[in-house]
Design a protein around this ligand. Structure first.
Ligand code: NDP
Length: 434
């Protein structure tokens, strides 16, 4: 903490991983001898830069841009960009650190990185967002590349922003280098299923956890937080698999719909109009209501999908969910559940899928997008869906099996951390002290 002051999210993410690595470090002393943990905790490179831009009234604003290139033992740095006022170096480091293990778990040859800015896209015009993205990329371009570092989206960065970023990269470099960003539009190098992948994957992971206990998603009710990219496609896949998602939320509150979420309406409001979830309750009719500043976790349901942001589900929320009989929690967001809440779920026997495993579907399909870009061939929807399903099954299997092997059966946190760690650690050992 003395070395990295003022970075509580980074400390939280590191502590959560180190708490589970004891058995593997004891079993394989060569890791400690090679200083692996110390090296893993220090990013290979941290870039911080000025992002000046002009608003529609001619006023100049200055934001701060970040890219943390954390670990490239398994492949080029890979991880999203987040635009949100809460972004600082500690948040970017927590996300980058998590990304190392998540990417290792996919088995796809990608290192870990993350970036973003404290820019707040809410209330900005499309022209302002474009000018911001162009200024951000003007600096970022010198640090990234298809063989070096490949950013993607995250909170506040979706298809529109990736388009502006790609346009500026292409202009600066004079290269049509599709593989430099993922989450591109489908007419110009993007993969089918990339927008859906994280949410779909989180639901597939929950289905695998339930299957391991002899249960199924079909017929279960679900509580989902957020109403962005991850939440919308979590809701979509839940409905495809016969479950009934009841909620969505944003930073102003949540909506609950007794008939189940009308996804077409929610998509229209969020994706087309870029509006707020409260709108949904106004337009949906009597089955839905908006609860301002409410905790979505108070809605009784069989399965829960935190899909908004870090530390959005605390120990009180966990008590409520457990009292309401929740069977499984699958993290679509990164680190949405506080450590105390995770312990409560595990003690209560709730199947708990940590983000590193449960939300890895997004980055996995990003890696498939890179594969398509490299071969200049676009795959079919069926092929990408099949690959995604296979990857989620394999992440579940390796997390489950590793937890058992290290004496913590059913503990997906330990299983995912150790399985991801082993892959990165072995690559780092083989590549020497660098
Ligand atoms: P979006 O920007 O599309 O949506 C974010 C949603 O979460 C919005 O509904 C937003 O509400 C809400 N939210 C964000 N910050 C807060 C906050 N501080 N308090 C309350 N609500 C908040 O982002 P994504 O759906 O892409 O990302 C959601 C989560 O999933 C993040 O943790 C991200 O890291 C993780 N993730 C995303 C992946 C992807 O492929 N996109 C891949 C893996 C993980 P509001 O509009 O009011 O801010």
């Amino acid at each position: 903490e003395r070395r990295n002051p003022g970075q509580p999210e980074f400390h939280q993410a590191v502590r959560e991983v180190l708490d589970t690595l004891g058995p593997v470090l004891a079993a394989r002393p060569q890791y400690a001898e090679a200083g692996l943990v110390e090296r893993l905790l220090e990013p290979e490179r941290q870039i911080i830069f000025r992002v000046p831009w002009t608003d529609d009234h001619g006023r100049v604003h200055v934001n701060r841009g970040y890219r943390v290139e954390f670990n490239s033992a398994l492949g080029p740095y890979k991880g999203g960009l987040r635009f949100h006022p809460s972004v600082d170096i500690g948040v970017v480091k927590f996300l980058g650190f998590e990304q190392i293990f998540k990417n290792a778990l996919t088995g796809l040859g990608i290192g870990g990185g993350k970036g973003g800015s404290d820019f707040d896209p809410h209330g900005k015009s499309a022209a302002e967002v474009m000018r911001f993205c162009q200024s951000f990329m003007t600096e970022l371009a010198r640090h990234i590349g298809e063989h070096t570092d490949i950013p993607a989206g995250d909170i506040g960065v979706g298809g529109r922003e990736i388009g502006y970023l790609f346009g500026q990269y292409r202009r600066i470099t004079n290269r049509w280098e599709a593989g430099v960003l993922t989450g591109k539009g489908q007419g110009w190098g993007g993969s089918v299923i990339r927008p859906e992948a994280t949410g779909y994957g989180a639901v597939l992971f929950a289905a695998e956890m339930l299957k391991a206990r002899g249960e199924a998603l079909d017929g279960l009710s679900a509580v989902v937080s957020g109403s962005g990219n991850v939440a919308l496609y979590t809701i979509e896949k839940l409905q495809q698999l016969g479950a009934n998602p009841l909620t969505a939320s944003d930073s102003s509150g949540y909506v609950v719909d007794d008939k189940g979420i009308d996804l077409a309406l929610l998509k229209q409001i969020k994706e087309v109009e870029r509006g707020r979830v409260s709108e949904y309750a106004t337009r949906r009719g009597p089955s839905a209501r908006f609860v301002r500043q409410g905790r979505v976790w108070e809605v009784p349901a069989d399965v829960a999908f935190p899909s908004a942001t870090q530390n959005e589900l605390d120990v009180e929320d966990a008590r409520t969910l457990i009292a309401n009989g929740v069977k499984a929690v699958s993290e679509g967001a990164n680190m949405p559940t506080t450590p105390e809440a995770v312990h409560l779920f595990q003690e209560a026997g709730v199947a708990f899928g940590p983000g590193k495993a449960a939300n890895a579907g997004g980055v996995a399909v990003s890696a498939l997008e890179m594969a398509q870009n490299a071969s200049r061939v676009a795959w079919s929807r069926e092929r990408v869906e099949d690959e995604l399903a296979g990857i989620m099954r394999s992440i579940h299997a390796v997390s489950h099996e590793t937890a058992e092997r290290y004496g913590s059966p059913g503990d997906y946190v330990t299983g995912a951390n150790i399985a991801g760690f082993e892959r990165v650690a072995d690559a780092m050992l083989a590549q020497g002290v660098i």
